[in-house]
Design a protein around this ligand. Structure first.
Ligand code: NAD
Length: 252
């Protein structure tokens, strides 16, 4: 058994009900390291079931990250229950494989809202509490798509949303550093999860793998390990960074 890195810590992870997703794997690793975890997702039953998988002390709640009032209410309820929130992982995200001219206003709204607005709103919902306690860690899920201009699955609006997450991460890191709140982003490469919604073809998979020096897709656990590093004191002097978890698919 390795040393528990999050003993006594309370963590909130958005979009973490998806069974094979990055949020769920992160929630599990955090729980294995002693944290009490809240899994937030659109569907309450799925969030509750995902939390129950981790153990009885963990919490599942419905939360749409694009709704500022709802997100604030959810965080307030968790602070009332736990007394503290130490870690927020802004993981909820959606993507769509569209070309530039096929992005309709509704596509733009959906993708920008969940990925970027949701990251802002959930952060705003915990920042006053973290500032008051003079401690906190926020981990935002960006993407290699932001850094290399897509080319994997998501369209340009997804690249733009995830690039927005990087800018937001860095600006928040700068503003919150004096209050000892660290903010970092993870840029996963191609990870085998259900985010592609069955739209990923075998041909696309072969092409993608050919562009990965490590020769394989990442796993959700590969990303969870990085999230644990950024959420724990191992990264105590790291803020405003973007950490690549991409098997070498973008080396820069
Ligand atoms: P996933 O589809 O398995 O999980 C995403 C979860 O977000 C789902 O449970 C979904 O219900 C939830 N969600 C969607 N809209 C929401 C909303 N408005 N409010 C709350 N929850 C909402 O996806 P994943 O692959 O685990 O992706 C997790 C994060 O990692 C996303 O931000 C994604 O963009 C990012 N990412 C994934 C990959 C990859 O290859 N899988 C690569 C780079 C970045």
């Amino acid at each position: 058994m390795s040393t528990a890195l999050l003993q006594g810590k309370f963590a909130v992870i958005t979009g973490a009900a998806s069974k094979r997703g990055l949020g769920k794997a992160t929630a599990k690793l955090f729980a294995d390291h002693g944290a009490t975890v809240a899994i937030l997702d659109l569907d309450e039953a799925a969030a509750i079931a995902a939390a129950a998988d981790l153990g009885p002390q963990h919490v599942g709640m419905a939360c749409n990250v694009t709704d500022l009032e709802g997100a604030t209410r959810t965080m307030q309820a968790l602070i009332a229950k736990w007394g503290q929130i130490d870690i927020l992982v802004n993981n909820a995200g959606i993507t769509q494989p569209l070309k530039i001219m096929d992005i309709a206003p509704g596509n733009y709204d959906a993708v920008l809202d969940v990925n970027l607005r949701g990251t802002l709103y959930c952060s705003q919902a915990v920042i006053p509490h973290m500032r008051e306690r003079k401690q906190g860690k926020i981990v935002n899920m960006s993407s290699v798509s932001a850094q290399r201009g897509g080319g994997i699955f998501g369209g340009p609006h997804y690249s733009a949303a995830k690039a927005g997450v990087l800018g937001l991460t860095k600006a928040m890191a700068r503003e919150l550093a004096p209050d000892n709140v660290r903010v970092n982003a993870i840029c996963p490469g191609f990870i085998a999860t259900d985010i592609t919604g069955g739209l990923l073809t075998d041909d696309m998979r072969v092409t993608i793998n050919a562009g990965i020096p490590m020769g394989r897709a990442g796993t959700a656990e590969d990303v969870a390990g990085c999230a644990l590093f950024l959420a724990s004191d191992l990264s105590s002097y790291v803020t405003g960074s973007e950490v690549d978890v991409n098997g070498g698919s973008l080396i820069h």
